[in-house]
Design a protein. Structure first.
Lengths: 181, 181
């Protein structure tokens, strides 16, 4: 199964494509879509949409994994991220990809084994699980690969429901990594 | 000039197309794109994108006006709205439309003459300014027409800058409606 992970953002949208075979995963490609802050909002959103479409057409993923958006003090940034997410997901829908949405805690738990892992631990495990010779850069690409890995683990553990997207347990309630490996 | 106004929302995206000739405006069409809450998020976003694209191709607007998103207690709803906004704006970018973004206060001020107007006053003025025989329904369509009217007024008063989108004064600082009519 080929999975596209997306870490959306108006300035930087990370993406990563992984391929699963049984219990192993490998990275097919990853990168980051950067938009010019001086460009109009519409142009930036179309840039994200078009580049995600190009990635899908090139690497033919069947499913897409993306992090849920949570709000902090910086709501302006959250609006921009949500708009970028909308633009990217239109491209995914155009190609018929099925969607899995995950909280940051679910991604950390699936990739590192604990929902309280820090950024560096996630990046280390992404590199390790995908047997990459170097750390994926920029961080947005590593985060996108982490979302894809989370999706791969949960799909292999719990299956995929088209109706409800991923049938996932509440964060913190599911088994620790490795119990099925 | 033909202007498309959009009131984005994941469940209901209002739209309205107006045409300006000198100081007069008339409505060409308006409506509301409704998406099924039971459908996957990707399908709902593509529905919004595709229907906005269809409206643009049918009514050939050159510019688009949309309300800025502000955050209240309901941040989940704001995320959904921002994603719908992103999907709609990708369609606008595909057709090369220029964008004007306005705060709710700016729209009220431009349409009613005061930034503290209530919803009914805005709806009454939308109907009156566009000489409609009945109140535009649903409210999302009326709000979209109000955004388009706001854009029309500000463009006729202050001109349009491609670089910075609409060159608009801060809310509350510009002239009352009617001074140029």
């Amino acid at each position: 199964m080929i999975i596209l992970g997306i870490d959306p953002g108006l300035a930087n949208t990370g993406w990563g494509v992984i391929e699963t075979r049984g219990s192993s995963c490998r990275a097919r490609a990853y990168g980051c879509i950067q938009t010019d802050a001086k460009s109009p909002l519409t142009v930036r959103l179309k840039h994200i949409h078009d580049d995600i479409l190009m990635v899908i057409e090139k690497y033919t993923p069947e499913q897409v994994a993306i992090e849920e958006i949570f709000f902090s003090a910086n709501s302006r940034s959250a609006v921009a991220t949500a708009q970028a997410r909308g633009a990217a997901l239109v491209a995914c829908a155009t190609c018929g990809l099925e969607l899995g949405e995950y909280t940051p805690m679910q991604i950390k738990q699936a990739v590192v084994g604990t929902g309280t892992a820090d950024k560096h631990q996630v990046q280390y495990m992404v590199r390790s699980l995908l047997r990459l010779s170097e750390q994926p850069k920029p961080d947005h690409a590593a985060d996108a690969l982490a979302a894809a890995l989370c999706h791969a683990h949960l799909v292999s553990w719990y299956g995929f429901s088209k109706k409800q997207n991923i049938e996932r347990p509440a964060a913190g309630s599911y088994r620790e990594r490795g119990t099925r490996e």
